[in-house]
Design a protein around this ligand. Structure first.
Ligand code: PEP
Ligand code: MN
Length: 337
């Protein structure tokens, strides 16, 4: 429920409304604007909005039929901008993340980072805990993998993003990671999402293989309602009948999410297509459609990558793409560093 106060409503009136909804079991989240204040009321039982409309200083009460509220643009009209190591996601900014699918060794991460540094990469990706379809496939280096990516990122003054799979890993991730990635398969790991609401580092939630936009936004709502405001969403392709590409990259995610939510929306064209030669065209299309960021798999030697080599760019391909992105972004009023 959103309570729109009248322009110039007094502090006393705002506090009174807050108190009223809190007594009804809601959590009140006021956003104080220069002219007008909006109070988001979350969590309480369904109540008759007229009870609130009768209070002094209330202009109107909007019942949000969609179940997400804090993720909604009605609740927060202005874009959320998330900054990590000088890279911004959201608003007029487009942020870039690159690195291999998985951490294989110090040497592999270091060689990849050395190459990516030349293309101004400031956030390094690399999975240490890998959600693999087969239990016999490489599961990631685990804690050692996180230590490696952190050491390499520190050496090159980069930030780290890596995928977290369960609650017990949170302390380890707090130590080594700057952006917690929740993978497609864990998008609805609600217990994990709740716990991630308690931490104070950005969370990137990837769209599930068969998840609707509303379900993705509900997952974001879990984190936001815990008090963590730094949530970004990532479209990484969904499962369709098509077999040429690994997934079907649904770029309509960009205008759809941007219309209803203030959260940054990133695109992962690597998992979205599964094919190296499709990554650059789909990245350019994502930028043209107004995405707030891209996460791209790059390996110094993709032909010998342990995992996802076929969709990983060679560093030279990434460099070319980076320069193309820099040309396209200003056309849609976006800045890239
Ligand atoms: C990844 O980014 O390494 C990954 C496993 O992605 P997704 O969760 O989108 O499959
Ligand atoms: Mn991968």
């Amino acid at each position: 429920m959103l309570i729109i106060m009248t322009p110039g409503a007094s502090k006393k009136e705002i506090d009174n409304v807050k108190l009223f909804v809190e007594r009804k079991g809601f959590d009140a989240h006021p956003i104080y604007g220069e002219i007008q204040t909006v109070i988001g009321a979350v969590g309480g039982k369904v109540i008759d909005p007229r009870e609130i409309e009768l209070l002094d200083g209330v202009k109107e009460v909007i019942r949000i039929t969609s179940s997400y509220k804090l993720a909604s643009r009605v609740f927060q009209p202005q874009d959320t901008v998330i900054t990590v190591n000088g890279v911004k996601f959201g608003g007029e900014h487009l942020g870039l993340i690159a690195g291999p699918c998985t951490v294989e060794s110090y040497e592999q991460m270091d060689k990849t980072a050395i190459a990516l540094k030349k293309s101004n990469v400031k956030i390094l990706r690399g999975g240490a805990f890998k959600p693999r379809t087969s239990p016999y496939a490489f599961q990631g280096l685990g804690e050692e993998g996180l230590e490696i990516i952190r050491a390499v990122a520190d050496k090159h003054k980069m930030a780290v993003t890596s995928e977290i799979m369960e609650i017990s890993q949170i302390p380890l991730f707090e130590k080594h990671v700057d952006i917690f990635q929740v993978g497609a398969r864990n998008m609805q790991n609600f217990n994990l999402l709740k716990e991630l609401g308690q931490i104070r580092k950005p969370i990137m939630i990837k769209r599930g293989l068969a998840a609707t936009f509303e379900e993705l936004l509900m997952s974001a709502e879990y984190v936001l309602s815990g008090g963590n405001k730094e949530v970004m969403l990532c479209e990484r392709g969904i499962r369709t009948f098509e077999r040429v590409t690994r997934n079907t990259l649904d770029l309509s995610a960009i205008p759809v999410i941007k219309k209803v939510s203030h959260l940054p929306i990133l695109i992962d064209p690597s998992h979205g297509t599964g094919l190296r030669d499709k990554v650059a065209p789909m990245s350019r299309a994502s930028v043209a459609a107004g995405c707030d960021g891209l996460i791209i798999e790059v390996h110094y030697d993709p032909d010998n990558a342990i995992c996802d080599g076929a969709q990983s760019l060679y560093p030279a391909q990434y460099d070319k793409l980076y320069h193309d992105i820099k040309k396209i972004a200003p056309i849609v009023d976006k800045k890239v560093i």
